[in-house]
Design a protein around this ligand. Structure first.
Ligand code: GTP
Ligand code: MG
Length: 198
C-alpha cells in the first residue's frame, strides 16, 4: 500500500469530541514514550505530523490523521505514567478506555511494546483489559533499531510467553523502528488486510 497523503484532522479531549465520520480508524496505544507518535510519523513518511517528545506524556489528546483520504491513524495518549492507584491496579485513562470501548468505526488497534524491556506488568494488564473490548489488535515491538536481531527475537518470545495467560487468540506480532523504517511494510500490510475486508 502506498501512502499518498497524510493530514492531521483534529484532536479530541473526550469521546464526545471525536468526529462522527465513517472512515475506519487504526489506533496506536501503549506506555508513555514507547514510540506511538514516532511510529505514526514513520508510517506517514512525515517527520513532524504527530508530536514526538523525549519526555513521557507528550500526547494527551486523541489525535486523528487522515490517510489517502480514505482511513485514519489515531494517536492515543500513553498509559503508565504516574497512574498506579492505591490497590496497585493500573488506571488507564478514561479517554483511552472510552475511545477503545465506544468508537464504532475502530477497525484495529496496534498495542506498542518497548522491545528493549522484559515483559512489563502494565502492558500485560492492559492487554487483559483490551481482550474484553472485542476489537482486533496486533502487537508492535518498537525501537527495534536499539537491539541486535537475535535479542529482539528473544524479547518478543519472552513477551509472548508472559502474555499467554492474558490473551485469548494469539495476536499478530509486528516490530518497528521509527529510526530506520524497519517494520513499516508489515504494519501497512496488516492495515491493508483489514481495509480489504469491507
Ligand atoms: P507519549 O505521547 O508521551 O505517550 O509518547 P509516544 O509513545 O508517542 O513516544 P514518542 O513517539 O513521542 O517517542 C518517545 C521517544 O522515543 C522520542 O525520544 C523518540 O525519538 C524515541 N523513539 C521513538 N521511536 C523510536 C525508535 O523506533 N527508535 C529509537 N531509537 N527511538 C525511538
Ligand atoms: Mg505521543
Amino acid at each position: 500500500m502506498k501512502i499518498k497523503s497524510a493530514t492531521f484532522q483534529l484532536s479530541a479531549a473526550d469521546i464526545g469530541a471525536c468526529p462522527a465520520w465513517a472512515w475506519r480508524e487504526f489506533a496506536f496505544v501503549g506506555r508513555s514514550n514507547v514510540g506511538k507518535s514516532s511510529l505514526i510519523n514513520m508510517l506517514c513518511g512525515k517527520a513532524n505530523l504527530a508530536k514526538v517528545s523525549a519526555l513521557p506524556g507528550k500526547t494527551q489528546l486523541v489525535n486523528f490523521f487522515l490517510m489517502n483520504e480514505a482511513w485514519c491513524l489515531v494517536d492515543l495518549p500513553g498509559y503508565g505514567f504516574a497512574q498506579v492507584t492505591k490497590d496497585r491496579k493500573y488506571d488507564f485513562s478514561t479517554l483511552i478506555k472510552e475511545y477503545l470501548e465506544q468508537r464504532t468505526n475502530l477497525a484495529g488497534v496496534f498495542v506498542l511494546i518497548d522491545s528493549r524491556l522484559p515483559p512489563q506488568r502494565i502492558d500485560l494488564d492492559f492487554l487483559g483489559w483490551l481482550e474484553g473490548c472485542r476489537v482486533p489488535f496486533a502487537l508492535v515491538f518498537t525501537k527495534a533499531d536499539k537491539l541486535k536481531p537475535a535479542k529482539l527475537q528473544a524479547n518478543i518470545e519472552l513477551f509472548q510467553e508472559a502474555a499467554g495467560p492474558w490473551l485469548g487468540a494469539a495476536p499478530e506480532l509486528l516490530f518497528s523502528s521509527s529510526k530506520t523504517g524497519a517494520g513499516r511494510i508489515g504494519i501497512l500490510k496488516s492495515i491493508d488486510r483489514v481495509l480489504l475486508l469491507a
